[in-house]
Design a protein around this ligand. Structure first.
Ligand SMILES: *Cc1c(COP(=O)(O)O)cnc(C)c1O
Length: 385
């Protein structure tokens, strides 16, 4: 092939040299137990916190919606792609989140891109936690607003950036994950809200890993911190604890009305498929009626946590538990060693997170003996502090 494209192979070589190379792994089925190449593994690598992705009721809802509406929604929601089930799902999300309204996107990534780019432009300022998810970072970039990162969770730093820069801009948007996806800790939501309110700044938090996990009802960090009723913008995904595919924004009726008119990644894309829409709606119904699932998830998290303290365990208040490691190579080797013990935990490397780590995600459907097997596998293979 022409040398115009030969840089691609060079780039891949460089990625491999740094131990940053990634490839897909074939996983047969989802659930607390999975199979990889004929080997059974206990799954600590998925975002299916409540085990709903394999739930019969979600499957049935997806099938019924497909039979009723067809496989595709055939167009933008503003043209031919709007169905009654979209409306029902959006009402269910708004009710779950206790907001006036909600809007579903084709993915959480697109919800963040669309919302941020609709809210701010060149004239505006974005203040963002340095550990924010890729979708928030790229949304900020795409918006062409001036972006300043504050140190992770550092309210003092955010305060000083507001003092320094806020007055030079028209609008200001503070952006943060609510549960940090590669660390498992929570954003200081009440303090973020106080600062936002005091400085006429909007606040957007991404509840991707909080929805279905955090708070008594599982509706996220806004519920957990008692911040319901305060004005802010919540985004999230239907693809983690809700076991489906898609994203959402929840907030005031004006916000949602505005986004329907200005969010490009919602307007110029096909409406969420009937199957995904119905599965997500079924998941919300289950979460609202079976509080036992969330309680079981937290029993599992609290059962395993004491076993992790002897490693370089990062502070966590969610179902994401991380152990920091020195090098990318160590993380990759550990992932393989743990597999020999029947346990699958994901090795996370830069640039996904600032340092290499082993990331465990706990599910409500893990049994006590599966958690014990995890503890034993770690004991045998992990360096202690
Ligand atoms: C997974 C994730 C997203 C993206 O959601 P998808 O629906 O998978 O596109 C956005 N934000 C955070 C914090 C996430 O972890």
């Amino acid at each position: 092939m022409s040398s115009t494209y030969s840089w691609l192979d060079q780039a891949i070589k460089t990625i491999k040299k740094a131990n940053w190379y990634r490839s897909v792994k074939l996983v047969e089925r989802s659930g607390a137990m999975v199979e990889q190449g004929g080997v059974k593994l206990i799954n600590f690598a998925s975002n299916d916190y409540l085990g709903l992705a394999g739930d019969r009721r979600l499957v049935d809802a997806a099938v019924a919606a497909t039979v009723a509406y067809g496989t595709g929604s055939t167009g933008s929601r503003l043209l031919s792609g709007h169905r009654a089930i979209h409306q029902e799902l959006e009402a269910a999300i708004a009710n779950f989140k206790q907001t006036e309204a909600a809007l579903v996107f084709s993915s959480g990534y697109l919800a963040n891109l669309g919302t941020i780019t609709a809210l701010v432009d060149k004239r505006d300022l974005i203040l963002a936690d340095e550990y924010n998810h890729s979708s928030l970072k790229n949304g900020a970039k795409l918006s062409e607003a001036t972006v300043c990162n504050y140190c992770h969770g550092d309210i003092e730093h955010l305060y000083s950036l507001l003092q320094q820069h806020r007055h030079q801009f028209r609008r200001c948007l503070i952006v943060s994950d609510s549960v940090f996806s590669m660390d498992g800790d929570l954003c200081p939501l009440p303090q973020l809200l106080d600062l936002a309110e005091a400085n006429q700044a909007m606040l957007l938090i991404d509840e991707a890993h909080a929805t279905g996990v955090i708070g008594k009802r599982g509706s996220g960090c806004v519920e957990y911190f008692g911040c319901r009723g305060r004005e802010l913008i919540q985004t999230g995904t239907l693809s983690k604890a809700l076991g489906s595919l898609g994203g959402y924004v929840a907030g005031s009726a004006s916000l949602i009305d505005y986004l329907r008119n200005r969010a490009s990644s919602w307007i110029y894309t096909t409406g969420l498929s009937p199957a995904d829409t119905a599965a997500a709606a079924a998941a919300i119904k289950i979460i609202c009626s079976e509080s036992e699932r969330i309680k079981q998830l937290w029993r599992n998290i609290n059962y395993i946590k004491p076993h992790l303290q002897k490693y370089r365990f990062l502070s966590s208040d969610s179902a994401i538990l991380c152990i920091e490691l020195d090098r990318a190579k160590t993380a990759l080797e550990l992932e393989e060693k743990l597999k020999q013990w029947g346990v699958w935990a994901a090795a996370i490397r830069p640039p996904t997170a600032p340092t290499s780590r082993l990331r465990l995600s706990i599910m409500a459907t893990h049994t006590e003996s599966q958690l014990q097997q995890l503890a034993a596998a770690m004991e045998a293979n992990l360096p202690t502090r």
